[in-house]
Design a protein around this ligand. Structure first.
Ligand code: ADP
Length: 500
């Protein structure tokens, strides 16, 4: 569990040189067709890290043509499953070998603490690739006992060219959630990174090619949503779309997919997840876990425990301790040791979070601590805690995506179940209790794709993740994710001699 980072020896690895800033199409790094570039910024300062090729429609067309060729004429789907597995395993080894460089690049472009990148996220990228490599040769169909003189079997085949659009909050982990299962199942890919964090996926993709991935199988487009992203979602020659981002954009891409070629879509969208502290809870432990559930990754998690419901019997003690914990949170340069919180991703998110904080104050919630920017440069925000939050306040209803904890008081289980479920979202929920009956009641009653009991943000590769309601469609990770990238063909063969 990442909560209080162990202090590590200074100095932490400084930012590496950026090697890859072009688009990756058909196994080659190339400029955008328009020649345009855009800057990617260091969230610690707002300074330019480097200029990156800006992909648009024409580049997406080129990437789709390469992916189409790699799918239709091979080699990817025509390789044996064992050969594909070995490439994915070699890639995982290379990611592991380049752990520190990948971590430095991720922290530089995203602002998350280096220790988090190096000790949690790159190891998770490695774990995800090994997990999906393991699936590559375990995907198979059935024989079906149909009524009649037929031999019936099902083939589980890759869908074709997958379009994938990912966000900026966990760039490489999101890359692995998308690329891992698609490749294991034999699909080829056109993936668009988020415009805020284009760098690490280019580096990881280069390593995948070093591991033996054939050209055209994985194409990476850096660029913006309404241009490159929309070109992917509406492309007539992309067979499947997987998207992670806001609910608002999820609706747009679903519509683009439907209006173009009806490609199947999986969506992983926003959330307003409850974290429920029951009356029997050990308050110190509950405070620590609730703090982690909200503040992890600068609060930039779709599943953040952003409505902290606390039982009225422990409420006052909880508030006091939650405030003390937030005050202790180590905010600062993410490349320094012992830092728990770096800057927010960009000025847009920074401004949006400050606006939500103002709205919390104006609507009458009690600002216990924080409430303003941290320092006077970059996109840092003070760890902020609101108590006395009411269900109808904006800060209790909308996704803030920042280090702002909203604490609400509840009376009993019926009360908290009804209120926790009273949202259009349904991504995750946290339950903190020692009572098995309370845990069982809540895990069954909460309408969310994940319920964490006495833990939070446990993200193993084998555990499925996805949303109820407007938090998404479909599941990623685990065995469940394979069906997003497979289609089933029934093969029915007439038997000449049914007696045998
Ligand atoms: P956020 O608000 O967190 O940046 P978005 O949903 O806007 O979330 O972004 C997630 C991903 O979706 C990014 O890669 C972004 O470029 C992309 N995106 C944004 N708008 C569109 C769009 N109209 N069509 C396709 N992709 C989009």
């Amino acid at each position: 569990k990442f909560s209080t980072a162990a202090a590590i020896e200074e100095p932490i690895k400084p930012p590496i040189k950026v090697e890859h800033t072009q688009l990756l199409i058909d196994g080659k790094f190339v400029d955008a067709a328009t020649g345009k570039t855009f800057p990617t910024l260091d969230p610690r300062t707002g300074d330019v890290i480097s200029h990156v090729a800006e992909g648009d429609h024409e580049d997406v067309d080129r990437a789709v043509a390469a992916a189409r060729k790699a799918f239709d004429r091979g080699p990817w789907p025509k390789m044996t499953a064992y050969e594909r597995q070995r490439i994915l395993l070699r890639a995982a080894d290379l990611f592991e070998k380049h752990n520190d460089d990948l971590a430095a690049l991720e922290t530089w472009d995203n602002g998350k603490p280096y220790e988090q990148s190096a000790q949690i996220e790159i190891p998770m990228l490695v774990r995800l690739f090994r997990y999906y490599a393991g699936w590559a040769d375990k995907i198979h169909g059935l024989t079906v006992p149909a009524d009649g003189p037929y031999h019936v079997q099902t083939l589980h085949e890759p869908i074709g060219v997958a379009g994938q659009i990912i966000p900026w909050n966990f760039p490489l982990v999101m890359f692995a959630w998308k690329v891992g299962p698609a490749l294991a199942c034999g699909n080829t890919i056109v993936l668009k990174t988020a415009e805020q964090t284009p760098l690490s996926a280019l580096y990881a993709s280069k390593l995948l090619h070093e591991a033996g991935l054939p050209p055209g199988v994985l194409n990476i487009i850096s660029g913006f949503g309404p241009t490159a992203g929309a070109a992917i979602a509406s492309h007539m020659d992309i067979d499947k779309l997987a998207f992670t981002g806001s609910t608002e954009t999820g609706k747009i891409v679903l519509e683009l997919a439907a209006r173009s070629n009806l490609k199947p879509v999986t969506l992983e969208l926003g959330g307003k997840s409850p974290f429920i502290v029951c009356e029997d809870a050990d308050v110190d432990e509950a405070v620590e876990l609730a703090h982690f559930a909200l503040f992890f990754n600068q609060g930039q998690c779709c599943c953040a425990g952003s409505r902290t419901f606390v039982h009225e019997r422990v409420y006052d003690e909880f508030i006091e301790k939650a405030k003390a914990r937030a005050l202790k949170r180590a905010v600062g340069d993410p490349f320094k040791g012992g830092i728990e919180q770096g800057p927010q991703i960009d000025s847009e998110q920074f401004q949006k979070i400050l606006k939500y904080i103002r709205s919390g104050v104006e609507s009458g919630a009690t600002l216990e601590t924080g409430g303003d920017r941290f320092g006077n440069s970059g996109f840092y925000i003070q760890p902020t805690v609101f108590s006395n939050v009411k269900d109808d306040m904006l800060i209790a209803k909308e996704e803030i995506f920042g280090p702002v904890q909203s604490i609400l008081k509840f009376k009993d289980l019926d009360d908290v179940i009804q209120r926790a479920n009273n949202t259009h979202y349904g991504l995750a929920a946290g339950v903190f209790t020692k009572n098995i009956n309370t845990a069982n009641t809540l895990t069954r009653a909460l309408r969310a794709g994940t319920v964490w009991v006495n833990c939070f943000d446990t993200f193993d590769a084998a555990i499925p993740f996805g949303g109820y309601k407007m938090s998404g469609q479909g599941r990623e990770k685990g065995e469940y994710s394979l069906k997003n990238y497979l289609q089933v063909k029934a093969v029915v063969t007439s038997l000449k001699n049914p007696a045998w």
